[in-house]
Design a protein around this ligand. Structure first.
Ligand code: 5GP
Ligand code: ZN
Length: 145
C-alpha cells in the first residue's frame, strides 16, 4: 500500500533491523524502543487494523511474537526480566501506524514504562454490570460467527 511506512519497510525502501522473516510476516526493531530489544511483528500483506487481518496470519504473528519473547529472555545480551506484548488497534487505542503490528518488548524492574489507569479504575463494577457487558459481547460473538 502507498503511504504506509511499514509497507515501505517490507519493500526495502527504508532501512530496518530485521530479526525474523517468513511467508506471513516480518519482525524488526522499533525505531524508538521502550527498551533495547523492542520488536514489531507485522503481516507481509497490508492490513490497516485487526478486523482486516486474516485470522491465520494473526495466529502466525502471535507465534512469532512468542518466539521473539523467548529469544529476548534467553539472549543473555538484552536486559529482559519480563516481556510485554501490545497491539494498538485504532487511534483511540494509541495506534499511530495503520499497518497492524504487534509490539514485543523486554521489561525490567525500574525501566520507567508503565500503564496509566483512569480514576474510576479503583471502583469495581457490580457483578450485574459485568454480566450485562459479557452478555452484549457474547451476543455479538454469536451473531458474527
Ligand atoms: P503504534 O503507536 O502504532 O502502536 O506504534 C507504532 C510504532 O512504530 C512506534 O513504536 C514507532 O516507534 C514505530 N515506528 C514508526 N516509524 C517507524 C520506522 O520508520 N521504522 C521503525 N522500525 N519503527 C517505526
Ligand atoms: Zn502497510
Amino acid at each position: 500500500m502507498s503511504n504506509c511506512i511499514f509497507c515501505d519497510i517490507l519493500l526495502g525502501k527504508i532501512p530496518s533491523s530485521v530479526v525474523h522473516q517468513d511467508d506471513s510476516c516480518i519482525a524488526f526493531l522499533d525505531i524508538q524502543p521502550v527498551n533495547p530489544g523492542h520488536v514489531l511483528v507485522i503481516p507481509n500483506s497490508h492490513a490497516s487494523n485487526l478486523a482486516e487481518l486474516d485470522a491465520g496470519v494473526a495466529s502466525k504473528l502471535f507465534t512469532v511474537a512468542q518466539r521473539v519473547a523467548a529469544a529476548l529472555r534467553e539472549s543473555g545480551e538484552i536486559r529482559c526480566e519480563g516481556v510485554n506484548l501490545l497491539l494498538a488497534d485504532g487511534e483511540a487505542a494509541g495506534q499511530e501506524v495503520f499497518h497492524v503490528h504487534l509490539h514485543v518488548f523486554p521489561r525490567f524492574k525500574g525501566d520507567g514504562f508503565g500503564y496509566k489507569f483512569p480514576a474510576r479504575y479503583s471502583d469495581r463494577p457490580e457483578r450485574s454490570e459485568l454480566d450485562a457487558v459479557a452478555l452484549a459481547i457474547r451476543n455479538r460473538l454469536r451473531a458474527a460467527h
